[in-house]
Design a protein around this ligand. Sequence first.
Ligand code: AMP
Length: 312
Amino acid sequence: MSITVVGSVAFDAVKTPFGERKRMLGGAATYFALAASFFDEVHVVGRVGEDFGAEDMAVVATRGADVSNIERVPGGKTFFWAGEYGWDLNSRETLDTQLNVFQDFQPELSSASRGCDVLFLANIQPELQLSVLEQCGETKFVAMDSMNFWIGSARDALIEVIRRVDCVILNDAELRQLTERPSIVGAARAVIDMGPSSVVAKQGEYGAALITEDQFFALPAFPLETVIDPTGAGDTFAGGFVGYIARQLDSSPAEPTLRQAMAYGTALASYSVEEFGTERVERLTAGEIDARVEDLRRITQFDHVPAPLEAS
Ligand code: AMP
């Protein structure tokens, strides 16, 4: 199996109550690739500027991801995003978004990238997501992410992408904005009615929920005493979730596989937020991931021992 991802490869400026980074490596595809490459071969499709150094590219390729489809534009500037978090790390303010080299990007995928079994359309212009989707013919599983920025500014193209994927991964607020339904289960149902067979609702510090045609499953976020920087948690979750599915995939993933994938996504995301940017996941080990998945299983398990309820 192999996974292709298209999405932002970026520089971010991030301020949290615990510190600040004026320019660090980021981007949805970067975070995704660092996580998914624990599970499978990953091809990254994107574009960077001349300001993107060999050492930045080496981080994206930390675990062997193929970066040959990341085009470097001479004289160009890399996508830039700036955001700030307050004490409630579940909400952040976007201070700046500069598409730069992504503005007029027409991706041309290599045959290795086109030949993927699993495709992840990470957060980027929906038109770009569509172009990559069309170039990858015979996929077994396609998942996607997006954000408020695109729901507001490119809604029709975004809905066209949603119609053509298997799984939509969005946060609660984005699901509500997209569907104009207040309940998450209702909003997920509205998305499933557009075509996908599953929806993952990301809920920040509260975890994530999986909604399919006839099932519901939820996991809390791993309980951490200290969170330093939530940037990239969603994309790292997606890397663990989609990576696990790619690893287990024969045909379309069954419910137990989706649930296990939720656990891997949750474990990886929990490591990502322990430090700024990609710092923690860069040096993460497979053993640490498995240990956290096992801890998550332990803390979410309970036995149903019926209490002697009062008869009415
Ligand atoms: P997350 O915290 O998982 O939602 O993702 C954070 C990453 O998304 C950052 O590294 C940003 O570079 C990237 N990002 C922010 N805004 C956009 C946007 N409008 N399109 C694509 N990527 C973005």
